[in-house]
Design a protein around this ligand. Sequence first.
Ligand code: 5GP
Length: 193
Amino acid sequence: MKALKEAIKKYGVGLGTEVVKVDSFLNHRIDVALATEMGKAFCEAFKDEKVDCILTVEASGIATAITAAQAFGNVPVVFAKKGDHRNVGSDVYTADVYSFTHQQMNTIRVSRKYLEEGMRVLIIDDFLANGEAVNGLMSILRQARCELVGVGACVEKGFQPGGKRLRESGVKVVSLAIVDAIEDGKIILRDEE
Ligand code: 5GP
């Protein structure tokens, strides 16, 4: 998606060889106009599918999950919570997810009452790297007997295996921008439109 690629080129910072920092517009301060366009782009990419609900994980996936949900006609957004929140209760689906950015295991939780059997669910997240977060969300969907429509990532890091593995397993993955490498702090984007 052109506008996202331009924002990454203009404002993105490469940390080391693996981390893309985009917190001036995606995951700290949020460019709402861009988030709205990304939501529409996900809707367009999955327009032939029935989507009952969008699932993401707190916190950075929520903004784009909401704009995508609006584009789908205001379907509900469910976000998995990290950590042991008392207000989520014990009637939950859980999955253990290794966090790439925090380098620690988190248990993510979704209340059982928000995922009904047979629901068709689209997973959205800000980044797709090793696929841990998406795998955890997919595990929760299996526990809930929901159907996975596909996975939408704002930014996929093509040099990490998450996207490739998901596609090989038959999951439809749509990424709005793919980073192929970080070289001397420069973010190298895949040139495909
Ligand atoms: P994965 O679970 O696919 O390994 O990593 C995806 C999750 O880690 C996303 O939810 C995202 O928040 C975070 N993440 C992974 N790589 C990056 C990165 O390069 N930059 C930022 N800002 N977050 C990342």
